[in-house]
Design a protein. Structure first.
Ligand code: NAD
Length: 483
């Protein structure tokens, strides 16, 4: 393992994301040697904290390793009280950065991580430039978090606020689904197996289904969720990235640039639905209480409007305007308070239509289990054991065992490392974001014109509203994953 020399500046270093995700991820990189001697982390936020207090908080969130390792790791952490609106504070921050760069001989490599509200990204980016916090020796990279806008216009404004300081190849927009093992596995499954690559098109695939099910409700995120809803929170970003991973044309080369170019073709081919099409192709839902009445309805949750029409469930059909996918619906579905947490992809192949067999064979299905299981399943037709020639369905299953699962790096660990290496293949690109926002905005707009929204329309602990099943059953299809 080669050591990465880097100085990470985290804006929002006292926050939840930093403590729960970023510090443990950096620690994993440290334990594995990707970070060793030549690195430092500066946490900034408004409160006046000492370095010691900051380090204690970092250590508290670490598991694994020995106490000595955790302490040695935390020695590289520094706290700088910083109000992002105050220009003077950037001068002070610059001094700390220069000192630490010197002390740890980092060579000018800088990662600026924005772990705070997106409304502050522009101010920070602006000041990084005007107050000369960018180095001239190494790299300067910006890592930003979702939500990246709440519609196309606001996403564009956000992007414009950072492009004065950072070029597109310096911007790393985190979509943590792109950091998941089985999502990163998709190109391998598709292109490293010629027999799959050969049938990965409209001639052999009937439809593709993507399910991102959560069992939790809105929990403490009510304030944010009321401004977002499932469409913006899950479909615009995570689901669209998975659609792109499944649909992009085979690239000439297997490198980041080629993959991102291939993916951008998918984003560019997303439809912009008319209100009538939205009505026919998209379903929204909001959870009510569960059967026992123990779990509250969305409208009764903390910080939620008693008449809220925000959706906690979305199911829909995406028709890509690409020759190889003409007539192949990509069915997507996500929701809160579904029976279990589950992310999976079902690629449903066409069934044999000949009359070779007395009964109709089933549709073969390739399932990619993303979480909590990781692996692949293939559902095939075979013959019943014995003298009859009846068909039965067989399933080949490969799931990672517990030991293998332990070797799987967390998404943030992987993505932070990729950002240090300058690998942009698993980050959201602005071009793609344009397409996915236009797609989502058209649905939002159609929904905003609908009256009489009959929420709640699904019980907590079920797979969502009936209309989500009818979306498929009206064409004789069904959801492969039934919850
Ligand atoms: P948080 O409220 O816990 O932390 C926000 C941080 O910003 C704090 O450190 C706070 O002190 C700092 N801050 C706020 N205003 C400031 C100012 N004017 N000057 C200096 N510091 C200021 O939020 P979070 O949950 O850590 O989320 C941060 C961002 O990441 C948000 O945009 C959120 O949507 C996104 N995000 C969070 C998670 C998560 O798991 N928490 C997941 C995905 C995306």
């Amino acid at each position: 393992v080669t050591e990465n020399k880097t100085l990470v500046v985290i804006f929002g270093g006292s926050g939840d994301l930093a403590h729960r995700k970023l510090y443990p991820a950096l620690f994993q990189l440290y334990l594995k040697g990707s970070l060793n001697k030549h690195f430092a982390v500066i946490g900034t936020a408004r409160r006046p904290w000492t370095h010691e207090f900051f380090r204690e908080g970092v250590i508290e969130n670490l598991s694994d390793g020995t106490l000595e390792q955790r302490q040695a790791f935390a020695e590289h952490f520094y706290y700088q009280s910083h109000d992002v609106q105050d220009s003077e504070h950037y001068v002070a921050l610059k001094n700390v950065i220069d000192k630490l760069d010197d002390k740890y001989q980092i060579g000018g490599n800088r990662l600026f991580y924005m772990a705070m509200a997106p409304s502050l990204f522009g101010t920070i980016a602006e000041h990084l430039r005007s107050e000369h916090l960018l180095s001239h020796d190494g790299y300067n990279r910006l890592i930003i978090e979702k939500p990246f806008g709440h519609d196309y216009e606001s996403a564009l404004a956000l992007n414009n606020a950072i492009v004065n300081t950072f070029d597109e190849d310096q911007v790393f927009r985190i979509d943590h689904y792109l950091g998941k093992e089985m999502v990163q596995n998709i190109p391998c499954i598709r292109f490293a197996n010629p027999f799959l690559n050969a049938v990965w098109n409209r001639d052999y695939i009937d439809n593709i289904q993507i399910t991102l099910a959560e069992s939790l409700g809105v929990e403490e995120r009510g304030g944010y969720y009321e401004t977002s809803g499932a469409l913006r929170d899950m479909v615009q970003n995570h689901i669209m990235q998975i659609v792109a991973m499944l649909a992009f044309p085979r690239p000439e080369k297997y490198d980041d640039r080629a993959i991102n170019q291939a993916k951008s073709q998918v984003f560019a081919s997303l439809p912009v639905y008319t209100p009538e099409q939205v009505q026919a192709k998209f379903v929204r839902g909001q959870y009510g209480e569960d059967a026992s009445g123990k779990q509250a309805a969305y409208r009764n949750e903390d910080k939620i409007d008693a008449n809220s029409t925000v959706e906690t469930f979305v199911a829909g059909e995406i028709d890509l305007d690409m020759p190889q996918w003409q007539g192949v619906p990509f069915y997507v579905r996500t929701g809160k308070r579904l029976p279990a947490k589950k992310t999976r992809i079902d690629v449903v192949f066409k069934a044999d239509q000949s009359e070779l067999f007395t009964e109709q064979p089933a549709s073969p299905v390739l399932t990619i289990e993303v979480e909590p299981d990781l692996g692949i399943e293939l559902t095939l037709n075979g013959k019943e054991i014995g003298t009859s020639s009846l068909i039965k369905v067989d399933q080949l299953q490969y799931l990672l065992n517990e030991d293998q699962q332990k070797q799987v790096p967390d998404a943030y660990e992987r993505l932070l490392l990729e950002a240090m290496l300058g690998k942009q293949g698993n980050f959201a690109q602005w071009e793609g974001m344009t397409g996915s926002w236009h797609f989502v905005d058209a649905i939002r707009k159609a929904w905003s014109q609908e009256k009489d929204i009959d929420f709640p329309n699904y019980q907590s602990g079920t797979m969502g509203p009936k209309a989500a099943d009818e979306l498929l059953s009206k064409t004789g299809r069904h959801w492969i994953y039934q919850g």
